[in-house]
Ligand binder design. Structure first.
Ligand SMILES: NC(=O)c1ccc[n+]([C@@H]2O[C@H](COP(=O)([O-])OP(=O)(O)OC[C@H]3O[C@@H](n4cnc5c(N)ncnc54)[C@H](OP(=O)(O)O)[C@@H]3O)[C@@H](O)[C@H]2O)c1
Length: 318
């Protein structure tokens, strides 16, 4: 089968052996698979995949139809459309996913788009709803809001009745992000739009002093992305005075049990909204798996609205 493979610092589409589903696993003919910043970090050798996944095989999220069942797999049947997060090797014609982290794809979500759902929506839901306990009526700041996780976070927060302020550095993306249910502003305007009960920090450490200064009493900052840097000097006196919480999160290296719980929450609380067209997966651009190189190039350029996905046309035609 064909798969995206890292080779000499680039991404190519190459022949690789087909995977086999193990106990409780599903073999999926992948229709679409999203790209993530983690793939680029892995390519650069700065983010090793979890044990059992190859360093040169990217892909953290998939959507497609089940073509094989491993021993004991019983949540789904052959032919079912599923999506979910995987530890790696998802950008391929075939991929393996444990049934406990697989979700049914709602009919309202085309399979060609669904590969851009799992990582962004699981991350945003787990960080904002489960961990930060964002509540109706609270004010939320989402930084880096035009990206995959940002566009998911804005929509989820608006859906639970929060007032969402979206920091979007590219002025051309602000109207589109605003239309998702937010007031979209530039980075220089953040300080005048606080205080915030919750801040989803998707850009990184340089924002933290400003985030802390913009936090309301009892506020929560959840650090999700560190693209702009991981170190900063902070006045923790502000944290004490505001009785605030600052915490970080990752999905990829959690045990299967934790990922399964996060997946069930999304299944119950988010998929019905997708089915009612109340939430959308924003796909900036799609590329055939055979042109994985172009997809990676597009992702690297930035200034995108939502996700970049790889589509396997052969599976899409099933
Ligand atoms: N902790 C986790 O479990 C987890 C899970 C998924 C993702 N992440 C991380 O979370 C971050 C966001 O993920 P994503 O999928 O949404 O990425 P993405 O689609 O690449 O979006 C990133 C967004 O941040 C903006 N941005 C980047 N640097 C910025 C800066 N210095 N100032 C203002 N805006 C900036 C980008 O704007 P431009 O387009 O203008 O560059 C883009 O809109 C990434 O760092 C990713 O690695 C973490």
């Amino acid at each position: 089968m064909r798969a995206a493979v890292f080779s000499a610092g680039t991404t190519v589409c190459s022949e690789v052996p087909e995977p086999e589903p193990g106990s409780g696993e599903l073999l999926v003919a992948v229709t679409s698979a999203g790209l993530n910043a983690a793939d680029l970090l892995q390519r650069a050798g700065r983010y090793p995949p979890p044990p059992g996944y190859r360093q040169d095989r990217p892909g953290l999220e998939i959507a497609g139809r089940i073509v094989g069942l491993g021993p004991g797999a019983r949540r789904f049947s052959l032919g079912d459309a599923v999506m979910g997060i995987v530890g790696g090797e998802g950008q391929a014609e075939l991929a393996v996913i444990h049934e406990r982290v697989a979700m049914p794809v709602p009919e309202a979500l085309p399979l060609e788009v669904a590969g851009g759902f799992p990582e962004a929506f699981l991350t945003a839901h787990d960080a904002l709803i489960t961990q930060a306990q964002l509540a109706s009526g609270e004010r939320l700041l989402v930084t880096g809001a035009a990206g995959g996780v940002g566009t998911a976070a804005v929509q989820l927060a608006a859906a639970v009745g929060a007032e969402v302020i979206a920091e979007v550095r590219d002025p051309h993306q602000r109207a589109a992000v605003g239309a998702l249910g937010a007031t979209a502003i530039g980075p220089e305007e953040v300080a005048t739009h606080g205080p915030f009960h919750v801040i989803a920090e998707l850009v990184g450490a340089p924002n933290l002093p400003r985030d802390l200064a913009s936090l309301s009493l009892g506020g929560r900052i959840v650090v999700i992305g560190l693209g702009a840097g991981a170190t900063v000097s902070l006045d923790l006196g502000v944290l004490l005075q505001r009785r605030a919480r600052l915490f970080g999160t990752t999905l990829r290296n959690r045990p299967l049990e934790d990922k399964a719980i996060a997946t069930r929450q999304v299944e119950r609380q988010v998929l019905p909204l997708v089915q009612r067209h109340a939430l959308r997966v924003l796909v900036e651009s799609s590329y055939p798996l055979t042109d994985a190189a172009a997809a990676y190039e597009r992702f690297t350029k930035g200034a995108k609205l939502g996700k970049v996905v790889l589509v396997n046309d052969a599976a899409a035609a099933r």
